[in-house]
Design a binder for this molecule. Structure first.
Ligand SMILES: *Cc1c(COP(=O)(O)O)cnc(C)c1O
Length: 531
């Protein structure tokens, strides 16, 4: 593939070319698809059950009084409906997904194969412990790896996503403070370079949140943070590497100061793929950190799920972690430590100090993701995991240095970035902004980057290529973004109406967010309307 995107000249937009609109609205393999309410009917169904011997309903008053009116389709119509819709999706299996902060990387198929083995996939959380030793062994072995990789003391495996892990960590901190009789510490400090879930978590757990400014080079203002420490501060929440794609170099110094002032350090570890095998957060004084298994250790997680957010804990916080813990006891069995075994476990591992704050979930966590993560870790090995971090950083820096001549890169002067490259819309023609570049990328066949985040950068474009992209894929993406950036700087009017080739053109996103239409109403029939 050759890439020569420089020297771009404005051309007439090709939206749909010169072709006449088609009768169906379809564009070759891109098929239009109405809402299921518009094509389905209550008379149609894909299943054909004989009327059975139905016993009387046991629902009493709760029995449905009238028909629910859900639209039905035949089996073939159902399959086509959802297959057509699915083809309008972008996916990591189609191409590079530069969405910053999300770590959308390739998910090795080996993980999927392992997760689907019946001994892992078909078990029930209430099965007797001696029938699920393999599965519990996986949870325990993964826990040991996570503790080793982070240099921490314990790990709570059950939280179901990164943000849930943050809540778990903050609840540990709350429990530890209350145990010390310092429940009056109500302030959580959150630097501007932290992820948005951090202040949301602290507020949700009942703390008041105070911002700590960032320096011009995109890192925490350490002096400002230290100046704010005091007897009302419960914790700091720091994303490292941060959302500007930079390593918070002062973290150890900050942790020491926070501990000296009686607080705890929460680290958002969602970006662990940039440092895994190279840096152990435990060495930096971190007390609690969630790991997004779906990001760093690869599980498909587009569209909001599934997630898994184990939280590694320091010696100070581990006793307060949620049950269950897993532990291999002297009998060689792996046990889930629930309330019944808590005392014995406490004496063996916590010097009798186990004082769990409670639980985060009904059972033990996301089994499918534990198996995927362990398969990923074992297939990479210690050296492979280290290379994950090196390649993530190398790829992001390749993007940064390949585009900094055409896009403003506000922190490029601060040295190399970590796993994410950040650009701004400075230098675009008047009236053009990040959204125009993002929409034009859709026409180029890419999912857009993260837009307007982090807030510290005007018109931010946050790009995380991840470690799994090849040089060829990166070059193609860089070529596309270079071309788009040149058009934005030249003020190409066709950019303002992009995307031109997507099933839907530019949408009014503000209107959609402010006045979302969340219900479907049947079109009013003329005759009825006239009455
Ligand atoms: C993704 C992410 C989170 C939230 O994790 P979820 O698993 O989506 O809940 C928190 N912080 C950072 C930096 C992230 O990238």
């Amino acid at each position: 593939m050759s890439i020569n995107a420089s020297g771009w000249k404005p051309t007439t937009p090709v939206a749909g070319g010169n072709a006449a609109p088609t009768f169906t609205g379809n564009k070759a393999l891109m098929l239009e698809e109405p809402l299921i309410f518009e094509i389905g009917s209550t008379e149609t169904t894909g299943v054909d059950f004989a009327d059975g011997d139905v016993a009387g309903s046991r629902l009493g008053d709760l029995t449905r009084k009238s028909a629910i009116g859900l639209p039905g389709l035949s089996e073939q119509e159902t399959v086509r409906h959802y297959t057509r819709l699915s083809r309008q999706n972008y996916a990591i299996d189609l191409g590079l997904f530069p969405l910053g902060s999300c770590t959308m990387k390739h998910n090795p198929r080996l993980n999927e194969k392992v997760a689907r083995m019946p001994g892992f996939a078909d078990i029930h959380p209430l099965q007797p412990v001696d029938t699920v030793q393999g599965a519990l062994g996986v949870i325990n072995e993964l826990a040991v790896w996570l503790i080793k990789l982070t240099g921490m003391y314990g790990v709570a495996m059950s939280p179901k996503a990164g943000a849930h892990g943050e809540l778990c960590g903050i609840l540990c901190i709350k429990a530890a403070l209350e145990k010390r009789g310092e429940g009056h510490r109500k302030v959580v400090l959150v630097p501007e370079s932290a992820h948005g879930t951090n202040p949301a978590t602290a507020a949700f757990a009942g703390f008041s949140v105070e911002d700590i400014p960032a320096t011009d080079e995109g890192r925490i203002d350490t002096a400002a943070l230290k100046a704010r420490l005091g007897p009302d501060v419960a914790a700091v929440m720091i994303t490292n590497p941060n959302t500007c794609g930079l390593f918070e170099r002062d973290l150890k110094e900050i942790s020491d100061a926070v501990h000296a002032a009686g607080g705890y350090v929460y680290c958002d570890g969602a970006n662990f793929n940039a440092i895994v095998g190279r840096v152990r957060p435990g060495d930096l004084g971190v007390d609690a950190m969630h790991i997004n298994l779906h990001k760093t250790f690869s599980t498909p997680h587009g569209g909001g799920g599934p997630g898994s957010g184990p939280v590694v804990l320091s010696e100070a916080l581990a006793p307060f972690g949620p049950l269950p813990y897993t532990a291999r006891t002297k009998d060689g069995y792996v046990h889930l430590i629930e309330e019944e075994r808590a005392e014995e476990f406490s004496n063996e591992h916590f010097g009798g100090k186990l004082d769990s704050f409670g639980r985060m979930v009904a059972f033990h966590g996301q089994m499918g993701m534990f198996t995927r993560a362990l398969a990923y870790i074992l297939s990479h090995g210690a050296d492979g995991l280290k290379q994950v971090a090196e390649d993530a950083v190398l790829n992001a820096n390749y993007v940064l240095r390949s585009l900094e001549d055409v896009l403003d890169a506000p922190f490029a002067g601060a040295g190399p970035c970590m796993h994410e490259a950040i650009f701004s819309d400075k230098g675009f023609a008047a009236g053009f902004s990040t959204i125009d570049a993002a929409k034009a990328l859709i026409d180029e066949g890419f999912h857009p980057m993260t837009m307007y985040f982090p807030l510290v950068v005007h018109g931010a474009m946050l790009i995380e290529p991840t470690e799994t992209e090849s040089r060829g894929a990166l070059d193609q993406f860089i070529g596309a973004l270079r071309s788009v950036a040149e058009r934005a700087k030249a003020g190409d009017p066709s950019l303002k109406t992009a995307p031109h080739f997507a099933p839907r053109a530019r949408l009014d996103e503000t209107l959609a967010a402010r006045k979302p239409v969340l219900t479907w109403k049947p079109p009013v029939v003329q005759a009825e309307a006239a009455e």
